[in-house]
Write a protein that binds this ligand. Structure first.
Ligand code: SAH
Length: 397
């Protein structure tokens, strides 16, 4: 049985919680010195002690934990979790029946009613991501609930929280049968090699599905493509399949090259006719400028924060400069796919970064496509901040 403690919410935030705001944030607490163990049940009350909401304590970068219900009599147990999972799965019915896409998100944290827990589906296998030690205390209940609501081949997990500053190399396998990796999944008919047992990332970022699809369908044919911060080259692969005349993938990580070769290969594409470079993007920009190279389509999808030997990059400070570098390498009438997964600013501000780059260089542009998270990455209306993805297709004129 989990311990339950009451915490007082200050008057300013009272109405928000009554309306369903899910994050237990520091600013909302009367006394931010919460004495609770990870995973305890928190009862949010107003100054007079009236019930507002119930949640759990799980410290993570976003806050102190998540609200789970506004009904005082509801208990947070396996049945509760099972109901949330079943509802989430029925919302994704169309995904489960689509044979062309076999990898998608089935549970998106607070968007599906349980912040701190993410579950992705990879062709019969389920990958659980735990975002705090507190969330991890629900592990047995979540696994039992999941096994009750779906037919799992196997379950894997990623602990996405700090285990006392130490990274413990552990087996990510949890239950069922072990997969054979790479597992080849499909996305709109395109193959992707994924690994559920090899570090923090699987080889594909599922949130860019719609963006990949539109690149393949509408923006690649007959074009030269530069894919920066390319990781496993997923954008390059869809561009090549969509008829690009050439793709260039640039990523700093040594293993990105073999991973990109693998993604081309599982789609029957000749990787040798593509350019795959292990290189700092900022050095590549200098090199390409010197060679007076230009591309029809330039993809910019940097991490929110990155540090290499020579450069430090923070999306919120440096996107305008990055955009200027991209503009310099883009043909007239060419398109830049400007993407960011930074949760620290919204779409309006992001558009401002893009606009500033053009103003400073004196060029003209129009935004021809705009994307946020796809529908399986469910966001709730009371917590729009949960929609971190922002992608703009910017056409130079
Ligand atoms: N666009 C990719 C995901 C990018 S993940 C996709 O859709 O799959 C971020 C990548 O940026 C990582 O692979 C990391 O190695 C790379 N990276 C970070 N800093 C970099 C730099 N300065 N130059 C090149 N690559 C960098």
């Amino acid at each position: 049985m989990k311990t339950e403690i009451s915490i007082k919410i200050n008057d300013k935030f009272k109405a928000e919680y009554a309306k369903g705001y899910p994050l237990i944030s520091k600013e909302a607490l009367e006394d931010p010195e919460v004495i609770a163990t990870e995973g305890s049940i928190l009862k949010l009350v107003d100054k007079q002690g009236h019930f507002l909401a119930k949640g759990y304590y799980g410290r993570q970068n976003k806050g102190y934990g998540w609200v789970l219900t506004n009904t005082e009599s509801e208990t947070i147990d396996q049945t509760f979790i099972e109901q949330k999972l079943a509802a989430a799965i029925s919302r994704r019915h169309a995904f489960f029946t689509n044979k062309e896409t076999t990898a998608f998100r089935i549970f998106n944290g607070e968007g599906d009613g349980f912040g701190g827990l993410i579950i992705d589906y990879y062709d019969g296998f389920y990958l659980l991501s735990w975002y705090s030690e507190g969330m991890y205390t629900f592990k047995d209940q979540v696994i039992a609930a999941l096994q009750n609501v779906v037919d799992c081949k196997g379950i894997y997990q990623k602990k996405r929280f700090d285990t006392k500053g130490q990274y413990i190399e552990e087996d990510d396998f949890v239950a069922g049968e072990r997969g054979e990796f790479p597992l080849v999944v499909k996305e709109n008919g395109v193959n992707f090699a994924v690994y559920l047992n090899d570090g923090a990332m699987t080889g594909i970022f599922l949130d860019q599905r719609d963006v990949r699809n539109v690149i393949k369908q509408k923006y690649a044919k007959g074009k030269t493509v530069l894919n920066t911060f390319s990781y496993t080259g997923a954008f390059s692969v869809v561009a090549a399949l969509g008829g690009a005349t050439n793709t260039t993938s640039v990523d700093l990580a040594k293993r990105s090259s073999s991973k990109t070769i693998e993604q081309f290969s599982v789609n029957g594409l000749d990787f040798e006719s593509q350019d795959i470079l292990v290189m700092d993007v900022f050095n590549y920009f200098k090199y390409a400028k010197r060679k007076e190279m230009k591309f029809d389509l330039v993809i910019l999808d940097p991490p929110s924060f990155a540090r290499s030997k020579k450069y430090t990059f923070s999306t919120s400070k440096d996107y305008t400069n990055l955009m200027k570098e991209a503009i310099a390498l883009t043909e007239k009438n060419g398109v830049i796919v400007a993407s960011t997964n930074s949760a620290s600013f919204g779409m309006k501000k992001f558009k401002g970064f893009v606009d500033k780059a053009f103003k400073e260089l004196g060029g003209k542009y129009s935004i021809v496509e705009e994307f946020t998270l796809p529908s399986d990455f469910r966001v709730r209306k009371e917590f729009k901040e949960g929609d971190y993805l922002k992608v703009l297709f910017v056409k130079l004129s």
